[in-house]
Design a protein around this ligand. Structure first.
Ligand SMILES: NC(=O)c1ccc[n+]([C@@H]2O[C@H](COP(=O)([O-])OP(=O)(O)OC[C@H]3O[C@@H](n4cnc5c(N)ncnc54)[C@H](OP(=O)(O)O)[C@@H]3O)[C@@H](O)[C@H]2O)c1
Length: 289
């Protein structure tokens, strides 16, 4: 896949547009910021680590001297921080907000609302922000872009164990949180304009480097060869800025969901009854947040 060809076919100038992005300091986030800077967007980095974010801004500015980039501290595991950042974004709404931050195999702890950090970071905080910011972004003709994952299909939800706290397998806990994120947002927008759900397939970043050392040393190089680089995989996330997703549509790599140019596809991984249940649980949590 030729990156320049893909950019000119699927994107246009973002000059004059402000793009807020969470997780910009991560593997996909950094690659995505490069593409956004190339397209002339102004950036608002929403990250928990100011030093890393400032380093990224310095690097981007070195290659794109006209770039306007700012930083706002956002820790998605801390609901107080999430609330106050959302208050500010309601007043100064960017044109696009990309919910890209995510965690997979990390030590688990319980956050203030009673759910584990994986559920809080991957689903609850971005859902809360999207719900409060939806009308503001729509009024600007912009879009909320949520980064999902193939892992959303690893299991169905369990109303008796909403955040999968009793599950041991990280893949299931992570997949459950992405399932909530994706299907709660389809329900929130209900086919209205302003939402894109995207995924990168599989690509080598910190999130995929959690295996035991020996296994990781063995799989690291084949992974880099088999799967797309973050620079290529992030094109699927970028494409979300330029195209709405209707209910149960997502944008990801065209071939087997892991390789190739961005393509919009229908998702048939969650029955209507389960999606309704997800929306009801999300609504209930939101009302208590
Ligand atoms: N890589 C893949 O194969 C793959 C596949 C499917 C979906 N995805 C999704 O793609 C997105 C980006 O992942 P990645 O591969 O780029 O992973 P990554 O390199 O591990 O980056 C994760 C990002 O999330 C941020 N983050 C983690 N906890 C946070 C918190 N509490 N508050 C705010 N930010 C937080 C990290 O910040 P720090 O730098 O401070 O740690 C980092 O910027 C995630 O949503 C992930 O689920 C990735």
């Amino acid at each position: 896949m030729n990156i320049q060809k893909c950019l000119s076919k699927n994107t246009s100038s973002l000059s004059g547009k402000v793009v807020a992005i969470s997780g910009s300091t991560g593997g996909l986030g950094q690659a995505l910021c490069e593409h956004l800077a190339t397209l002339g967007a102004s950036l608002l980095l929403l990250d928990r680590n100011e030093e890393k974010a400032r380093r990224l801004i310095a690097r981007l500015t070195a290659s794109h001297p006209a770039l306007k980039a700012d930083f706002m501290r956002l820790d998605l595991a801390d609901i107080e921080c999430v609330r106050s950042v959302t208050d500010i974004l309601c007043e100064q709404t960017p044109d696009y907000i990309i919910f890209n931050a995510g965690i997979y195999h990390v030590p688990r702890f319980q956050c203030a609302l009673g759910y584990n950090n994986i559920f809080q970071v991957n689903f609850l905080s971005p859902y809360y922000m999207a719900r409060r910011l939806k009308s503001h972004v729509q009024a600007r003709g912009g879009r909320i872009v949520a980064v999902g994952s193939i892992a959303h299909n690893y299991s169905k939800i369990d109303a008796g164990d909403v955040d999968f706290s009793t599950r041991r397998q990280s893949s299931k806990v992570y997949g459950n949180s992405k399932r909530y994120l994706m299907f709660s947002l389809y329900g929130l927008f209900d086919g209205e304009a302003g939402l894109s759900v995207v995924h990168p397939g599989i690509t080598f970043t910190n999130i995929t480097s959690h295996y035991p050392k020996l296994i990781f040393a063995i799989i690291k190089h084949p992974m880099k060869v088999i799967f797309m680089s973050p620079k290529k995989a992030s094109l699927c996330l970028l494409y979300g800025l330029f195209s709405d997703c209707g209910k149960n549509q997502w944008i990801g790599p065209a071939l087997f969901d892991i390789w190739g140019r961005p393509k919009k596809k229908m998702l048939r991984t969650c029955k209507a009854s389960e999606a309704e249940q997800i929306c009801a649980i999300a609504d209930d949590i939101y009302n208590k947040t």
